[in-house]
Design a protein around this ligand. Structure first.
Ligand code: NAP
Length: 302
């Protein structure tokens, strides 16, 4: 039987509806409006499009948001001053510095300057540590891994006691999702294996997975014979493999493929995320969720 297709587009829309109600409720009962600021240095076209998407989502949910676009030659000292200003601004609950930054700016120093309690991307070392400790300590989960967890849980897959195999060990996807799945509690409590370029017999590890999460950035890396029949497969990879003419606009657009051979894998898996339309739409939504959480924490709302 062909796999159920897990639509990130639909699940993200469902979460945004829930957030919209939560935001309206916060406004009405407590007079609190979640505030998000993005800082974009330069005009990298991909970054401009990501930032625009974040503000569109923030506007739809009724946030207060500031799009602080800065010139390419902004000095590191001036960027740090800007972050300090927003760290102190009580209307701002989430600060996001869009990456990559120009070469003359030390990315690490900049990210470390964000108040960990406003770090809605979850990349500050304090939040990485909080996730490692787990439980209530884990304040802001990084957005892509948090989205993956939501996709699994909302598709009805049981994580407790499941064999979860994660392909990839990056700081933004592989390591945090492995850590999330390892925690005690709902939507986690799994037995976790992480595989990478140093792993022997990767296929054998993947074949054991009840839930297989692939974040390698290698198109078609996971073959259908590596998948356990009935498994839940989350394909995080987004790989540009060519270009095609858009039927809507007539313009050339990239052809995107995941890390899993989707057409063959869907005949074996129990459920699978498509690329695009799987993990991708969840990331911005989880950023919004983190900002709402931050606003509530700052206002002392349970
Ligand atoms: P990354 O930093 O390049 O890390 C890739 C990881 O995969 C590394 O740990 C690497 O192992 C491992 N890997 C690469 N080739 C492998 C192979 N042949 N066999 C086993 N392991 C292999 O990438 P990332 O930032 O985690 O992103 C991964 C993919 O997810 C990319 O396609 C990216 O575009 C996509 N992504 C999507 C979203 C989204 O949809 N919102 C968000 C983030 C990332 P080593 O450590 O041993 O080198």
């Amino acid at each position: 039987m062909a796999a159920k297709i897990i639509s990130g587009t639909e699940i993200a829309a469902q979460i945004r509806e829930e957030l919209k109600k939560e935001v309206a409720d916060m406004k009405e009962k407590h007079g609190v409006v979640p505030g998000l600021v993005t800082i974009l240095v330069g005009k990298n076209p991909a970054s401009v499009s990501y930032v625009t998407g974040k503000h569109k989502a923030a506007d739809e949910l009724g946030f207060f948001s500031i799009q602080d676009d800065q010139p390419e030659d902004l000095s590191e000292a001036d960027l740090l001053k800007l972050i300090d200003k927003y760290n102190k601004d009580p209307k701002v609950h989430g600060i996001l510095v869009q990456l990559p930054l120009p070469k003359h700016i030390d990315e690490k120093r900049v990210l470390n300057a964000i108040d960990p309690d406003k770090d809605v991307d979850g990349f500050h070392p304090v939040n990485v540590g909080r996730l490692m400790i787990g439980g209530k300590e884990a304040k802001f989960l990084p957005c892509t891994p948090a989205g993956i967890q939501e996709l699994i849980v909302r598709s009805g897959f049981e994580t407790a006691g499941a064999e979860v195999v994660v392909v990839g060990r990056s700081n933004i996807v592989g390591k945090p999702i492995a850590n999330i799945m390892l925690q005690k509690g709902k939507g986690a409590n799994a037995t976790v294996t992480v595989v990478h370029t140093g792993t022997k017999n990767m296929d054998a590890h993947c074949k054991r997975a009840d839930i297989l999460i692939v974040a390698a950035g290698v198109p078609g890396l996971v073959k259908p014979e590596w998948i356990k029949p009935g498994a839940c497969v989350i394909d995080v990879g987004v790989n540009r493999v060519g270009e095609k003419k858009s039927e809507k606009t007539g313009k050339m657009v990239p052809i995107l493929k995941g890390d899993v051979d989707f057409d063959a894998a869907k005949e074996i898996a129990g459920a699978i995320t498509p690329v695009p339309g799987g993990v991708g739409p969840m990331t911005i939504t989880m950023l919004m969720k983190n900002t709402v959480k931050s606003a509530k924490t700052h206002a002392g709302i349970e």
